[in-house]
Design a protein around this ligand. Structure first.
Ligand code: IFM
Length: 452
């Protein structure tokens, strides 16, 4: 413990990335197509038709990127491995070139003294599996378990923390209901079935990893939203309860309570989607974990909207300061979700596996990027994380999203979240002021945050 800062000395100050958002090299060394290659190549799906085909060219420039991570003093780095690179056809033997690539990366992190947290699925489903029905089908969860088993066996000696699936809510609902993410389907029942199979896939992968790597540390990366009713009226409170159910409890309850919330089962009963639940599934999903990872970006203030088919509500536009995504800046929401996680679900060690913000960074005449708004954002959110520790939350790490500017899914390269600027024309990396500021936060164990 430091003099002012509530963060413990062994706190994992980290940063996160994901394979499709940074690697590029979409056709290199036998990689197969993923749903994001297909989706982003389809006209009208992403901002100005941007794709991850080149992205940050991290596949070829990762040594430079990891040197930056080391220079910042990162204690941990969260990355994902690409299923479509490791299993180009979605099943079967791993691609040796992909195994060699990730082994080299992981060994380099270890040599630099940076812990690795590896996500197995950060949304890049091999296209061949989507062609067979994708996550709404149980076969995809089974294929995921096979991929997890093989990948854990191939990389397990070099990985410190495993995270099977990133933000199952986004993969299920943005991908299969709203349709703004790959594979771009708009079918609510399919999305609910996908949610269940992503949950099952998580549980199967936990078992597969533990089987392949005795002693492996396995956790999650659940997106947690702070939900509040717009008023004290019964209808707004009911709408907020449903929004919390569909966004948070549908994923947290099965993980930590071994069941779907009763109100969600009732609400979604007309869809028949939960007929997909088979005997034993809930035990599989609730496999004990070593830590819980939380990704946090939003508070939603929910007003009842009877015309909304899905959850009978709508989120009001934020009234206060926002990021360039129009996402509300409200650090206290991070404290609230962390305390709620502790109160309602688990006392496992918690990592904030993603927290960060997009801003329209301006590049100065001298090439520098003075991203004061990102510094303020992170300062506020890190202090909120500190307050959660003071309230007794077992918080052990904070991974900033993201180390680098990168391919922000449907928004392409228009939204920048990085501590490090990427010039996509030249692939030049420039440390933003937030990166230098974070280096001091890490070096002082959080004492350099603006506590007063
Ligand atoms: O870029 C994404 C990331 O892939 C998943 N969590 C949210 C980030 C910002 O939108």
């Amino acid at each position: 413990m430091n003099a002012i800062s509530p963060f413990p000395d062994d706190f994992l100050w980290g940063a996160s990335t994901a394979a499709y958002q940074i690697e590029g090299a979409a056709e290199a060394d036998g990689r197969g197509p993923s749903i994001w290659d297909t989706f982003s190549a389809t006209p009208g799906r992403t901002f100005e038709g941007h794709t991850g085909a080149v992205a940050c060219d991290h596949y070829h420039r990762w040594r430079e990127d990891f040197q930056i991570a080391a220079d910042l003093g990162l204690k941990a780095y969260r990355m994902s491995v690409s299923w479509a690179r490791l299993q180009p056809r979605g099943r079967g033997d791993l691609n040796p070139a992909a195994v060699a690539f990730y082994r080299e990366q992981l060994a380099d992190l270890r040599a630099k003294g940076i812990r690795s947290a590896v996500t197995l699925y950060h949304w890049d489903l091999p296209q061949v599996l989507e062609d067979e029905g994708g996550w709404p089908e149980r076969a995809t969860a089974e294929a995921f378990a096979d991929y997890a088993a093989r990948t854990a066996a191939a990389l397990g000696d070099l990985v410190d923390e495993w995270i099977p699936i990133n933000e199952a809510w986004c993969a299920a609902f943005l991908g299969y209901h709203v349709g703004v993410h790959a594979p771009g389907r708009q079918d609510r029942t399919a999305a609910l079935r996908a949610a269940h199979h992503l949950n099952v896939g998580h549980g199967l992968a936990v078992a597969a990893i533990r089987n392949a790597v005795p002693g492996a540390k396995v956790g999650s990366a659940v997106i947690m939203t702070d939900v509040e009713p717009a008023s004290d009226s019964a209808t707004d409170r009911e709408a907020a309860r449903l929004a919390d159910g569909g966004g948070n409890r549908l994923f947290l309850d099965p993980l930590f309570k071994g069941s779907y919330p009763e109100d969600m089962l009732r609400h979604f009963a007309p869809t028949g989607a939960f007929d997909a639940v088979r005997p034993g599934d809930m035990e599989t999903i609730a496999a004990p974990l070593d830590f819980v990872g939380v990704n946090h970006y939003h508070r939603f203030v929910i007003e009842a909207d009877p015309s909304d088919e899905h959850l009978k509500g709508r989120a009001l536009p934020p009234s206060g300061p926002v990021t360039s995504f129009d996402w509300e800046i409200r650090p206290d929401s991070l404290r609230r979700v962390l305390e709620r996680l502790s109160a309602d679900y688990t006392d496992l060690p918690v990592y904030i596996t993603e927290s960060g913000a997009s801003f329209d960074d301006a590049v100065g005449a001298d090439g520098t990027v003075d991203d004061a708004d990102r510094v303020d954002y992170l300062d506020g959110y890190m202090k909120a994380a500190g307050r959660a520790i003071e309230k007794g939350v077992n918080l052990r790490g904070y991974f900033v999203w993201s180390l680098l500017d990168n391919f922000e899914w449907a928004e392409g390269y228009a939204k920048r979240f990085g501590l490090v600027r990427v010039d996509y024309e030249t692939q030049r990396r420039t440390l933003k002021r937030s990166a230098e500021w974070y280096r001091d936060v890490i070096a002082t164990g959080g004492e350099s945050l603006s506590w007063n």
